[in-house]
Structure formats: structure tokens, C-alpha cells
Design a binder for this molecule. Structure first.
Ligand code: TYM
Length: 332
């Protein structure tokens, strides 16, 4: 039986962080053993914020190195740059004819961007979910490993797939967002508000490139309080977040002992944060070192991208040929 197809992407907009790792990359590494995987650097998506051309290339190389350092094997998967597959923008164009202004304006991530950058509300931002749908549908993927923040985009992809199939004939499966746990992950930021993110609140986000010292400093500044005064009290959200982060990197008996201390009102958040900091350092350091090692070999990264593009185009060309035929674009 042929393997199920998986697609996912990461924008080339900066250093990857724990959210990217636990929401997405951890799944990629596991999925590469069981599925037919296409993972890419979403460089076109990053153009919505007009990056300096000088930075773009380095950012793309970095995302590739970061994925590989985390365990992705370019021999097992197709690891490529979105812009190396021209069939993606072609499918994007087709899907744009079936995407409506009203539904795109309602997307929460679009509304956030309008708030954050009112001076740059470009059409690329509005149609961002359509390009994502093209990324996924170009390989006819059924599973898309992503963090919680991307859930709605995957739902929209299902709508676009359905619309295409209804109008032109069955071509696209309806993909599902995927995580090996039961629910999609949202890694919270260290300051008790929102999630870790590439572009906002750098001091509350742990990056895979952070030095040991910086990791310790950020973790020790995480929001806590003086501790509960009633046994078994409900945890405020920012304390739940600290426990969540601890569970990602610390041994389960360690986390349990701090949970017990919380319930017995003997918890010392200073000790808890020291423990998290050391476990984070042990988790991040080998990845950081491996990233540096891979980045030093630019030729190696170029080769990965070239091979990845070849694999991705082979699959993309098959889909676009079918799509063209169904639409009626086959004149000679
Ligand atoms: P991006 O580049 O913002 O993030 C890459 C992946 O990391 C996940 N993620 C998180 N997961 C848990 N907690 C967090 N704090 C956190 N922050 C980020 C994201 O959910 C994502 O899986 N639009 C996408 C890129 C993209 C894409 C696609 C993804 C373009 N086309 C097609 C899947 C399929 C994005 O901006 O991800």
C-alpha cells in the first residue's frame, strides 16, 4: 500500500523556537518514518512582510539547518523551498478564483496582521490561506502537522479542496491538521501572555539558537507569583504555562514533585525555574551546536534544497497537470 502524504511548512522569518519544535518539527521527525513527507521553507509566505533581500537567503538556509539539526533526514523526506516549485503559485492562482474576499477578511490571523501592521495590508496577506492551501493540495496531502495557531488555515484548505472537487471533479483529498498527541499544541510564552513567536516578545520566547546563559536568563524571568496559600488551589494560567513548559523538557517524576509541592503550598518557583532552565539548556544546546555546524556548510544546504526541489516538483507536476485538465486548460 502506498504511504499517506504529509505536507507542512515553516516561514523563513527568523530563528525557530520551542513552539515551532513542539508544534511542528517534533511531529515531522516522527512522521518521516511512516509517511511520504514534503516539508518546505515558506519563503513566499515570508514576503508579506517585505524582508530585506540580503536576509532572505540566510533565513532560508537557517530554517533548513534547523530542521535537519532537529532530526529531519533529507534522504527520507523532500525538504525544499516553496519558491522552487512554480506549480504552487499556479495552483494558488487557480484557487484564488474560488476564494472569496468576505471569508478571507474574517480569518483571525488576517485580522491580527491588520492590527499589527495597518500600513501594509497587502493582497498577499489577505490571500495567505489560499497560498497555504496550494502548498498542501499540490501534493494531495492528507495530514498536515502544525501547531494550534494553524488549525483554521487547514480547515480553509478543506473548503478549497471541496470547492475545486465540486466544480471540476474529484482531485483533492481533504487534509487534516495533525499532532501525535490528541490535540494540537500551543507552546505558551514565558511572560504569561500568548504564545511563543518568531517576531514578537523575543524575551519570552526560547529560540533553538539561544545561548545557555540567555536561556537561563529568560526562564528565570518567567512570570510567577508568591505561590498558593490554599492547598489544591486552581492554578492561574501563567503557572499552568510554567508547568506545561516543564513537562516538555523535564522528567515526569520531577514535574510531579513540583505539582505535589504546588498542591501542598510548599512550592518554590525559584527552584522550579532553575530546574526548567537546566533542562532547557540540556535540550537546546545540542540542537544549537548542530545548527551552527550545518550552517557552516553552505554547499551541503544547497544540495539538500536542490534534491528536495526535484522530489517536490515531480509530485507537484502530476497534480497541476490533472488540475489543468479538469479546468479545461489543455489546448493541444
Ligand atoms: P510558522 O512559520 O509561523 O510556524 C511553523 C510551525 O510552528 C508552529 N508554531 C507553534 N506551535 C505551537 N506553539 C507555538 N507557540 C507555535 N508557534 C508556531 C506553527 O503552527 C507551524 O506549524 N503559515 C505557516 C507556514 C505554512 C504552512 C503551509 C504550514 C505555509 N504553508 C502549509 C503548513 C502547511 C506559518 O506561518 O507557520
Amino acid at each position: 500500500m502506498s504511504k499517506e502524504i504529509v505536507v507542512s511548512g515553516i516561514r523563513s522569518t527568523g530563528y525557530l523556537h520551542l513552539g515551532n519544535y513542539f508544534g511542528a518539527i517534533r511531529n515531522y521527525v516522527k512522521m518521516q518514518e511512516e509517511y511520504n513527507c514534503y516539508f518546505f521553507v515558506a519563503d513566499y509566505h515570508s514576503l508579506t512582510t517585505h524582508p530585506d533581500p540580503k536576509d532572505l537567503k540566510a533565513n532560508v538556509y537557517r530554517v533548513v539547518a534547523e530542521n535537519v539539526a532537529c532530526g529531519l533526514d533529507p534522504e527520507k523526506v523532500a525538504l525544499y523551498a516553496q519558491s522552487d516549485v512554480p506549480e504552487i503559485p499556479e495552483l494558488y492562482l487557480m484557487l484564488n478564483m474560488m476564494a472569496y474576499k468576505g471569508e478571507l477578511e474574517k480569518v483571525p490571523t488576517f485580522k491580527d496582521k491588520v492590527r499589527q501592521q495597518p500600513e501594509n495590508v497587502n493582497a498577499g496577506l489577505l490571500t495567505y490561506p489560499v497560498l497555504m492551501a496550494a502548498d498542501i493540495m499540490i501534493h494531495r496531502a492528507v495530514k498536515v502537522p502544525v501547531g494550534k495557531d494553524q488549525e483554521q488555515h487547514i480547515e480553509m484548505t478543506r473548503n478549497f479542496a471541496q470547492r475545486f472537487n465540486n466544480r471540476y471533479g474529484e482531485l483533492f483529498p481533504e487534509p487534516q491538521a495533525f499532532n501525535y498527541g490528541s490535540t494540537l499544541v500551543k507552546v505558551p510564552s514565558l511572560d504569561g501572555t500568548g504564545k511563543m513567536s518568531k517576531s514578537e516578545n523575543g524575551n519570552a520566547t526560547l529560540y533553538l539558537a539561544d545561548s545557555d546563559e540567555l536561556i537561563r536568563k529568560k526562564v528565570m524571568k518567567a512570570k510567577t507569583d508568591s505561590g498558593p496559600t490554599e492547598p489544591n488551589s486552581e492554578m492561574p494560567e501563567y503557572i499552568q504555562n510554567i508547568f506545561f513548559l516543564m513537562e516538555l523538557v523535564s522528567k515526569s517524576d520531577v514535574t510531579e514533585s513540583f505539582r505535589r509541592a504546588y498542591n501542598e503550598c510548599t512550592i518554590r518557583y525559584g527552584d522550579m525555574k532553575k530546574q526548567i532552565a537546566e533542562d532547557m539548556v540540556s535540550f537546546i544546546r545540542p540542537k544549537r551546536e548542530q545548527i551552527e555546524y550545518l550552517l557552516a556548510n553552505e554547499e551541503g544546504l544547497k544540495k539538500i534544497l536542490r534534491n528536495g526541489a526535484e522530489k517536490a516538483r515531480e509530485s507537484a507536476m502530476k497534480t497541476i497537470t490533472e488540475a489543468r485538465k479538469l479546468i479545461g486548460i489543455n489546448y493541444y
